[in-house]
Design a protein. Structure first.
Length: 327
């Protein structure tokens, strides 16, 4: 069986787990590329990526370039003389980097391409109400997440699942998919499928997964309870959907878990709060047919400056009456 010389590019825990799986296989990881160390937190403590930690533990050659086009970094890549590049959860690569390995560069993406191309595929899939997700391996090209597909693994999304648990299940399937993809490329049995072929067979809109910004996290209570349920779980546990009270517009209140229920009061307006026997209900928009009498029950919440708590604890700690969230 042919052994490939692999250069691996990645940064977070997701990428470190995939690297560990590759190291258990038959191929040689001849170099690792990860983000430079950064200061973080209030104490400005210098931290290193999970991929760097693993690379040091395994004694792997390591590069942390600030600029991917720098001559110094490109000389390091040339010296590693890789057959294949593998990239997981890293920044966008210039062509001079991804085209350098003899067989090109493979990317693992956390969605079922061509759906949810972009930086936040796991969160965006849940936020859109998708019932399945997964991972895809594909060959990098100049266009983001649009290269020919090499393999896919499907992961169903539970009706109350959040982005954290879906991330973990996609990682479990994705790391094994990546390992198989590399083996298939080495053995010459891999088949590359253009995404355009898949798009021509789909009868749904191709949804993007662009980067999340603060305003993407803001809750609009004018949306339906079902939409908001998806919005909240798609952003949980991190970075978290948020709302505010009208009297404190600059103090975000994170909502980490909720469920769709029948409207207990019958006529809750959007953003209006009803508290009943230790439960907190919020009125929503009525844009979904046959769901006019649904509302949202808040199950886990994080008030400003405090930790995450269940709603019962939040209500017991209230010092003032609350009547509505900002619409």
């Amino acid at each position: 069986m042919k052994k490939l010389r692999i250069v691996y590019l990645g940064t977070p825990e997701f990428a470190a787990t995939c690297l560990e799986t590759l190291l258990e296989g038959r191929h040689d990881v001849v170099g690792v590329v990860t983000a430079p160390d950064r200061e973080s937190g209030r104490g400005r403590i210098v931290t290193q990526s999970e991929v760097k930690t693993l690379a040091i533990e395994r004694g792997l050659p390591l590069a942390q370039p600030e600029r991917l086009r720098s001559e110094e970094f490109l000389d390091i890549l040339k010296g590693w003389n890789a057959d294949l590049g593998v990239v997981v959860a890293f920044r966008m690569l210039p062509e001079v980097v991804w085209s350098m390995p003899k067989m090109g560069t493979v990317n693992l993406h956390g969605s079922l391409l061509p759906q949810f191309r972009g930086a936040a595929p796991i969160q965006r899939a849940i936020m859109a109400g998708a019932t399945e997700s997964g991972a895809t391996t594909f060959l990098l090209t100049g266009a983001i997440d649009m290269g020919d597909m090499l393999g896919r693994v499907v992961v169903p999304i539970g009706p109350n699942e959040n982005a954290g648990s879906l991330h973990d299940r996609i990682l479990e399937g994705g790391k094994n998919l990546l390992s198989k993809t590399v083996d298939d490329l080495a053995d010459g049995v891999s088949q590359a499928i253009p995404q355009s072929d898949v798009i021509s067979k789909l009868h749904v809109d191709i949804l993007d997964a662009h980067k999340l910004f603060k305003e993407d996290r803001r809750i609009s209570w004018l949306r339906s309870a079902v939409d908001l349920h998806n919005h909240i779980r798609g952003l949980a546990p991190y970075p978290g959907a948020f709302t505010t009270f009208p009297e404190a517009p600059k103090s975000p209140v994170k909502i980490l878990e909720a469920r769709v229920v029948q409207d207990r009061s019958g006529e809750l307006a959007a953003g209006e709060i009803s508290i009943h026997e230790g439960h907190l209900f919020v009125g929503c928009g009525k844009s979904v047919p046959n769901l006019e009498n649904t509302t949202l029950e808040i199950l886990r919440i994080q008030p400003p400056g405090k930790g995450v708590m269940d709603t019962g604890a939040f209500l017991r700690g209230l010092r003032e009456e609350i009547s509505r969230f900002t619409v």
